[in-house]
Design a protein around this ligand. Structure first.
Ligand code: NI
Length: 258
């Protein structure tokens, strides 16, 4: 996990430097995220609220992601998708559906490299290219970033926060679903360690992971845990078409920028 820890989120907030106009097929120039929040990196959120965030990495996948969206809709649950930029470019309609159904998008780089082996220039180009394709595809901008394999150094994380205002988000629960242990084991592992503020990692590119989701959701429900998106878990409010970028800014009260 490379030393990524939790941060105090009491003053967390984020907004855009310029108003977001882009909800059409031809969105305006991509805005920049402001530096109005203090979240540099986190693996879970300190909270007493009975909430967890389900996060799905490495998609969109042409078959498994739509199936997962069907399941989430049946259960009326919102999740966060850390998508790969090159796949957003390849499967724009699926990404648009993710947003239309109230889920959140996060940045998971363009080509899924191990960033800790690369210099700042490569990191920023991976991030910027992915922000741009998501903005052009959906008219919305991710407000968090997840490094492939969780591999990023603390210095790189601070650099990313300072230059792009993107918090690095990893996870507190890892079912190791990429090892393909089968749906029952994946569901059981997703529940292990799931308590208030947990960030649960999974991958919507594996059929077995998607098959595990109904059982995992039922288990969370039995424990009284609600599934919310990453922004909601942090306390930034809803991300997406209904309330894009309406996040509280520390020390500035509530301000609407989009
Ligand atoms: Ni990944």
């Amino acid at each position: 996990m490379l030393g990524l820890g939790s941060w105090c989120l009491a003053n967390a907030g984020v907004s855009l430097a310029t108003p977001a106009q882009g909800r059409t097929a031809t969105p305006a120039a991509m805005p920049r995220l402001t530096r109005a929040h203090g979240v540099i990196n986190l693996s879970r959120v300190e909270t007493d609220r009975p909430q967890v965030a389900l996060t799905f990495d490495d998609g969109p996948h042409p078959q498994h992601t739509p199936r997962l969206l069907d399941i989430l809709a049946e259960h009326r649950v919102r999740a966060t998708f850390y998508v790969i930029g090159s796949l957003v470019h390849r499967y724009p309609a699926i990404v648009q559906r993710i947003v239309a159904e109230g889920h959140e998008l996060g940045n998971h780089t363009w080509a899924h490299p191990t960033l800790s082996r690369h210099g700042d220039h490569r990191i920023l180009s991976e991030i910027d290219r992915t922000q741009e394709i998501i903005w052009q595809t959906t008219g919305h901008l991710p407000v968090t970033f997840r490094p492939p394999y969780g591999a990023i150094t603390p210095r790189q994380s601070r650099m990313l926060h300072a230059s792009r205002n993107l918090p690095t988000v990893v996870w507190s629960v890892d079912p190791q679903d990429w090892r393909r242990p089968g749906p029952a084991v994946v569901a059981q592992r997703m529940l292990q360690g799931a308590g208030p503020g947990a960030i649960i990692l999974a991958h919507d590119i594996h059929a077995a992971t998607v098959a595990a989701v109904p059982e995992a959701l039922n288990g969370l429900y039995r424990r009284g845990l609600d599934c919310v998106t990453l922004s909601e878990l942090i306390g930034w409010g809803r991300w997406g078409p209904e309330a894009p970028y309406r996040h509280r800014i520390a020390g500035a009260g509530s301000r609407r920028t989009g």
